[in-house]
Design a protein around this ligand. Sequence first.
Ligand code: SF4
Ligand code: SF4
Length: 377
Amino acid sequence: MICKDYKGESISRLGMGNMRLPTVAGAGRGAPIDFDKAAEIIDYAMKNGITYFDTAYVYAGSEDFLGKVLPKYDRSSFKLATKYMAGANPDFKAVFEEQLKRLNTDYIDFYLMHGIMNEDGIQSYVGRGCLEYFLEQKAKGRIKNLGFSSHAPIPVLEKMIAAHDWDFAQIQLNYLDWTMQDAKGQYEVLTKAGIPVIVMEPVRGGRLASLSPKADAVLKEAHPDWSIASWAFRWLLRLDNVQVILSGMSSMEQIQDNVKTFDVGGPLSDEDAAILEKACDMFRGEINVPCTGCRYCCDDCPMSIEIPKVMEIYNKMKLDGPMQIFGLFGMNPGPKDCVGCGACASHCPQGIQIPEIMAELKAQLEKMPPMPMGPRP
Ligand code: SF4
Ligand code: SF4
């Protein structure tokens, strides 16, 4: 297992994410963690040199599970990371005490303010005594390193960075989001601030475990013995400020493949990185409609549909699944209003078959469950 120094200690580059542990088969939605299967994964992780274990207060059953399975190992032999989410329970003092109990430990190695999305998110952690409380816990040795996880755009991320001298930060980072979600910009801002990066979603929730048949073939031709997912990990190893790469491993096959990747070690060579870029371009081209947002299609639409916005949501749906089209429910006029006249397509310099896409989205919208009404809980 390849490791990296963190403040004088060696930590595995591969971290065990505990959000997607196997659950009891056939128990339906919200099924409990399958203790035996999940414990087998943790034991394999330990045996193979993984020393970073990540969980959160809001990962159902995960802290309790780790609190049962980890104590048989020497506490100094692994790092435990968990998170506080203000939106789930505003009582940060009670949550922290509960987490220590659940995890069966008297300290947390890496403690995170969970899921910064916007400025309100920053305020919910730094503006009501929460940060001060966690700093007190750090002074007492109950928290060893204090950081945050973020999905925020760069201006918000910069404000969070400025709020405290953080020990580390966790962001979504992978070769697809590098440009698509400006993960590159986020990584660079953190690196400039001297904050080590913990990576979440290295395989984009499994999406990068298989791209498309054509793109996968390019990668397989270059390295027949590498899994498609392993390219994502090797790509991340090229980034010097990446400390730990978390993978939410939910089966023995996944952890065995990942351990194999991190045992051999080494980042992608420049030559392999170029091959990956080629496969990635191919993949994007296959799933995306190449809308440039020029708006030539908009003027003649008799229904005044905001066509470029629809194309943007369509691309998200192709990449991340049908839930992405919830944004279309509130769009008036939207795909449901399209009369299929074709006036748009004749103006599109990219040759996009807009009426066909509108029809596909209309059919998809009709299949979706109704939007929940009333105030959010
Ligand atoms: S086909 Fe639909 S989107 Fe295109 S111009 Fe006609 S109504 Fe508008
Ligand atoms: S004309 Fe084509 S490329 Fe331009 S905004 Fe409309 S759909 Fe997109």
